[in-house]
Ligand binder design. Structure first.
Ligand SMILES: Cc1cc2nc3c(=O)[nH]c(=O)nc-3n(C[C@H](O)[C@H](O)[C@H](O)COP(=O)(O)OP(=O)(O)OC[C@H]3O[C@@H](n4cnc5c(N)ncnc54)[C@H](O)[C@@H]3O)c2cc1C
Length: 353
């Protein structure tokens, strides 16, 4: 099995950045995956697994190693009964196509995750989520290739240690497990999740959402509403929309202690009721987008060839700049917020130096 050489990363990446990767494999079968890994091991070449490049920031100098992209694309219904279906989906399957398929089958559980770019294989990594829903609620099993034992094995939902934008896969600094397929349990004619009142209101007014019409009619109304909101914020990747040349949200919403929260309120002379926050198990979660704006980085902010989206202050976009500039802007935001409010913002996408 031979890789392609000198492949430009920016042409795949949703933010349109990254130099050339020395080697690039597309693998479709388990045998091909093992062969690609063997090839890298034999030549002592570092490798990384990639999906849709929508949460990865590569250096302007590219990647001195091999990128292995999984392009396996099977979807199999493994069991069904009157209330639930179990579905196994390959890592290379497009995430949003899976959501759309599930809705067409009257299956609830992923509708609020409509429009998230990337592949199914990456969905457990940061436990993708939106509008109060995340994949940890529907994932039953993740099949991985274990690089240490050189075997495929199955992990249960609890093995994955899911939490807010996190899982066992994100925690390991060195890649030890490659996700080959993900199994979901979806509810037949289940109710769509409506944690956000704004979502319900918009679904009712714009998409004739009816309480009684369980199944694809209701789920489609929710999907279309989510897609509409995401589009208005340029949170659907579209190469023609300059505000969507991003990696989505660049920072995680910080979770802070009560003391830190009070300190921030003091610095901002803000009333608690004016702050978008909510209590979580380990503290208080604050909207990173709001914090960024308070710190003086408004939507549309420009820094050299990069900047903030005109539609969403949490998205760093590429306006013909470089990875170096993205990192400089991110650091300026982090530093300012830390100096002003003593809060540390953590980036969501992974930076590969
Ligand atoms: C416009 C936009 C909007 C977004 N909105 C959201 C949102 O609402 N919610 C949200 O959670 N995310 C969002 N994201 C982030 C992103 O879409 C998700 O994190 C997505 O799951 C990344 O998928 P990917 O296939 O592109 O992964 P990649 O970016 O290719 O990879 C991400 C990470 O996963 C690893 N990886 C990928 N596939 C595998 C595999 N099979 N096995 C092991 N490791 C693997 C990579 O090495 C890397 O560390 C958004 C991004 C953009 C650009």
């Amino acid at each position: 099995m031979q890789p392609k050489k000198d492949v430009l990363i920016s042409k795949f990446s949703t933010i349109g950045l990254g130099g050339k990767a020395d080697y690039f494999f597309d693998v479709e079968s388990k045998v091909e995956l093992q062969k690609a890994i063997d090839w890298c091991t034999e030549q002592s070449i570092e490798f990384r697994i990639v999906g849709g490049f929508s949460n990865l920031l590569f250096s302007d100098h590219g990647y001195r190693g091999a990128l292995i992209r999984l392009i396996n694309q099977d979807l199999e219904i493994t069991s069904k009964n009157d209330t639930h279906w179990q579905v196994r989906v390959d890592a290379g399957y497009e995430w949003d196509e899976f959501v759309s398929w599930a809705i067409s089958q009257d299956l609830a559980g992923t509708e609020c995750l409509s429009g998230i770019p990337g592949k199914v294989g990456a969905s457990p990594i940061q436990n993708i989520g939106a509008y109060g829903q995340d994949v940890s609620k529907t994932i039953t099993e993740v099949e991985v290739y274990d690089l240490e034992s050189k075997n495929f094995k199955k992990l249960s939902n609890s093995d994955c240690s899911f939490s807010y934008r996190n899982s066992r896969f994100k925690k390991s600094i060195n890649l030890t497990e490659i996700i080959w397929s993900v199994s979901f349990e979806l509810e037949l004619f289940g109710e769509p999740l409506m944690k956000y009142t704004d979502l319900l209101k918009r679904a009712k007014s714009n998409h004739r959402y009816k309480q009684q019409a369980a199944g694809k009619e209701q789920l489609t109304a929710v999907r279309n509403t989510v897609l509409e909101i995401r589009k208005s914020k340029s949170m659907i990747y579209n190469p023609k929309d300059k505000n969507s040349r991003s990696l989505g949200s660049f920072f995680l919403n910080p979770v802070v202690s009560k003391e830190s929260f009070d300190y921030m309120c003091e610095q901002l002379s803000a009333k608690k009721e004016d702050i978008p926050y909510f209590s979580v198990d380990n503290g208080i979660k604050i909207s990173a987008a709001w914090l960024i704006e308070q710190a003086g980085f408004k939507r549309g902010h420009q820094y050299r060839g990069v900047g903030l989206s005109e539609k969403h202050s949490l998205a760093i976009i590429n306006r013909g700049g470089s990875t170096k500039e993205v990192l400089e802007l991110a650091e300026a935001i982090q530093q300012t917020i830390h100096e002003k409010y003593k809060i540390k913002l953590k980036p969501e996408p992974q930076h590969i130096p």
